[in-house]
Write a new protein. Structure first.
Length: 306
């Protein structure tokens, strides 16, 4: 059993002198990692781990029959699970470090037509792309997850068999930043994502000629985010869920509709080389920048990770 201790604030400020020297420039590293596993975690993804894109969307509109929450799907339904295996730099094994920036990047296709400024959904909350830390259990664990496992969530039995079955928890599931609770069945303002996905500044809905990047920047000054990213680097394993509160349009969201670009999508590893999406796309990536000996907070605290 392996334990890692992280210490922040005034203690790290003192260690910075030992690690880098009082007059030397800070020592830094960038850990840039492509997705090791990407999965559209959706009940009708019959070949998990082998899909070019994953539409991210929320509940079905109220005009569906039967209407939510009785339709049988999770309220925050279209989800993409991304797992990374970052390599901890050699000197980080012996020197204290702080994450100074972190971002998750993925591409959407040139056929995208969703509007990032569309406004609120019918429940009165903003439509947005969200990133959550992935929670696991009771069936799966992060260390064993590969992306090819059986889907767990939604109705039981599946909605295709009985659309009136109640929603149930997913495994893996999106973790609320503040409460650490399951949020796959809540699209209210009470949910706090870990980051928000923002399309490239040049994105024009319905007028793109190439794939474009969507970026989710993490607030590394948040203690929960800072500690998780440090733990992920030490454990060399980092798993995230991308979803959104955009409407799910059944005619267009599954990849084979009239306009699949009406919902935001994550282009996965399998999409590289698919010309219809655009030539520039790459697999999802996690980029973490660290500085050795840098303090992150005004108050000292200890955190224990297994």
């Amino acid at each position: 059993m392996k334990y890692r201790f992280f210490r922040s604030a005034t203690a790290l400020a003192a260690l910075a002198v030992l690690a880098t020297g009082s007059t030397a420039a800070p020592l830094t590293d960038t850990v840039d990692t492509l997705a090791d596993s990407d999965r559209w975690y959706y009940p009708f993804n019959f070949t998990p781990g082998f899909r070019a894109d994953g539409p991210v969307f929320a509940f079905f509109p109220s005009q569906q029959t039967p209407s939510p929450p009785f339709f049988g799907f999770n309220t925050r339904d279209g989800e993409v699970v991304l797992q990374f295996k970052p390599t901890l730099p050699a000197q980080a094994q012996s020197l204290p470090f702080t994450v100074t920036s972190a971002r998750l990047e993925w591409y959407d296709a040139q056929t995208a037509s969703w509007d990032p400024n569309v406004g609120n959904h019918e429940l009165g909350e903003p439509q947005r792309i969200e990133v959550f830390a992935a929670g696991f259990g009771p069936t799966y664990s992060e260390n064993a997850w590969t992306g090819g496992e059986t889907y767990i969530g939604g109705g039981d039995p599946p909605p295709a068999i009985n659309p009136f079955t109640p929603q149930r928890d997913r495994d893996p599931y999106p973790r609320d930043l503040v409460t650490d609770a399951h949020v796959e069945n809540d699209v209210s303002a009470a949910v706090t994502p870990w980051a928000l996905g923002v399309p490239d500044a040049g994105y024009i809905p319905g007028a793109m000629t190439d794939a474009f990047v969507v970026t989710a920047d993490f607030d590394v000054n948040d203690a929960t985010i800072q500690n998780k990213l440090q733990a992920d680097l030490y454990n060399e394993l980092s798993t995230w869920i991308v979803t959104s509160t955009f409407y799910a349009d059944p005619a267009n969201s599954s990849g084979g509709g009239v306009n699949a670009g009406l919902n935001p999508r994550v282009l996965m590893t399998e999409a590289v080389g698919v010309s219809g999406y655009g030539a520039s796309q790459q697999p999802p990536r996690l980029v973490i920048e660290i500085e050795y000996g840098a303090p992150v907070a005004a108050a000292e605290n200890w955190a224990l990770y297994q």
